[in-house]
Design a protein. Structure first.
Length: 118
């Protein structure tokens, strides 16, 4: 599976951004797609996950109520809509993919920088 993420940028606090992650190379019906982020000097953090088959979602506590993950089955793309952004959301955001019955994510995109200014 190849993943291509894009959509990062610079935004003021309170603003919004939408990240996209296009997947190719395999049928994704039995996969989970997720977003992670890593701020400078910090460990990687889980942001959100969506099941490709039924669309169920889960979110990290720090983004609940502000971020929304979704998928487009036709375009093989997963999105992360980020609203009410805060400076602490500044990080490199990565999309990742794993088979539904596994725990680890073997496939990763290249990362896209999100910077939120105060």
């Amino acid at each position: 599976v190849q993943l291509q993420a894009c959509g990062g940028g610079l935004v003021q606090a309170g603003g919004s951004l939408r990240l996209s992650c296009a997947a190719s190379g395999r049928t994704l019906s039995k996969y989970n797609m997720a977003w992670f982020r890593q701020a400078s000097g910090k460990e990687r953090e889980f942001v959100a996950r969506v099941s490709w088959s039924d669309g169920t979602t889960s979110y990290g506590d720090s983004v609940k109520g502000r971020f929304t993950i979704s998928r487009d089955n036709v375009k093989n793309t997963v999105y992360l809509q980020m609203n009410s952004l805060k400076p602490e959301d500044t990080a490199v955001y990565y999309c990742a993919c794993r088979p539904s019955l596994t725990a680890s994510y073997p496939y990763w995109g290249q990362g896209t920088q999100v910077t939120v200014s105060s």
